[in-house]
Design a protein around this ligand. Sequence first.
Ligand SMILES: NC(=O)c1ccc[n+]([C@@H]2O[C@H](COP(=O)([O-])OP(=O)(O)OC[C@H]3O[C@@H](n4cnc5c(N)ncnc54)[C@H](O)[C@@H]3O)[C@@H](O)[C@H]2O)c1
Ligand SMILES: [Zn+2]
Length: 345
Amino acid sequence: MATVHVTAPDGGYDIVIEPGLLSRVESWELHGSVVVVTNTTLAPLYGEKLAARLGAALVIVPDGEQYKTLEIVAQLYREFVSVGLDRSGTVIALGGGVVGDTAGFAAATYMRGVRLVQVPTSLLAMVDSSVGGKVGVDLPQGKNLVGAFKQPDIVLVDPSALTTLPQREWRCGLAEVIKHGLLADAALLEMASCSQNDTRAAAELVRRAVQVKVDVVQQDPFEQNIRAHLNLGHTFAHAIEQVSGYRWPHGEAVGVGLLAAARLSYRLNLCGASVPEQVERILKNIHLPHRLDNLDPQALYAAMATDKKWQSGRSRFVLLSEVGKAEIVEHIAPEYIISTLEELL
Ligand SMILES: NC(=O)c1ccc[n+]([C@@H]2O[C@H](COP(=O)([O-])OP(=O)(O)OC[C@H]3O[C@@H](n4cnc5c(N)ncnc54)[C@H](O)[C@@H]3O)[C@@H](O)[C@H]2O)c1
Ligand SMILES: [Zn+2]
């Protein structure tokens, strides 16, 4: 078992990582009446058993990013009222990032906020979305446009749940793990080739990847400066998602985005050639895409230029001076960016 403590301005909390945790609920300390929120995929796998063991109500939402909406939040409020959840109660968010963000937002706002326990089941949710206190939903106009900061009471991670995660989702989560490795923990880069069925190795991978995110959000809980480093690869990734009409899953776009960021860093002489070479080798190893599949570099650049983080039209990238050291670079000439993209066709 490993526990990572997070210090947050509005209340610190622990992240407990322990194989088998989902079936050992005797050790869970919960307050008031309890509601487990999960989705239609996870209810039969884990949700029904968990709610029964806890003697808790179970609320099931449909599975998919298209259901990360205010309509589903309204459904949750109605269910919370009907099962009698009051101000002293607890919402357990059991699922990937979509359930965590949606149920977390409902918990942040229902009766001006009730307790929240995050039980992430996807690799992305374990290492990324359940840590840092951001919750929220999408609007038809864009992703994550409504949200709040809501620190959980505790985050409970059972790495054995990763054995049922679809392989493609596992690889997508690995892209974020590699990002964390590039930002602050080179050992993660080699560990990322572990099997999702090797629960001990996965637990250690999750622990180290979580630690990187915790270190960053502790320094910058409200996203004012260093938390921007977590955008490594993401300026490219968001453009890839957008230009592909969201046919590219986020994690696959992040994989190529990390390679693009490393290559751009090398092109600007910030780092040596070994950094992009290492990123490319790892992507190949774990079968994440390492090429852009003919997405048009000009269209990708145009999509990036609309990024809200590019203040007054100045480009802004998180780049690498070495593995473990990121920096923000602004005002890069478009031709450097476009030729980096052309190399990846
Ligand atoms: N709050 C934050 O700070 C933050 C950070 C990063 C991403 N996010 C959000 O997270 C979301 C993406 O999260 P995600 O990648 O987990 O997607 P997801 O929640 O859609 O989960 C992916 C799929 O895997 C299934 N699944 C999850 N765990 C499983 C398991 N153990 N066994 C079998 N199936 C399982 C889910 O039902 C779903 O079909 C996005 O909405 C994104 O905006 C939030
Ligand atoms: Zn991401």
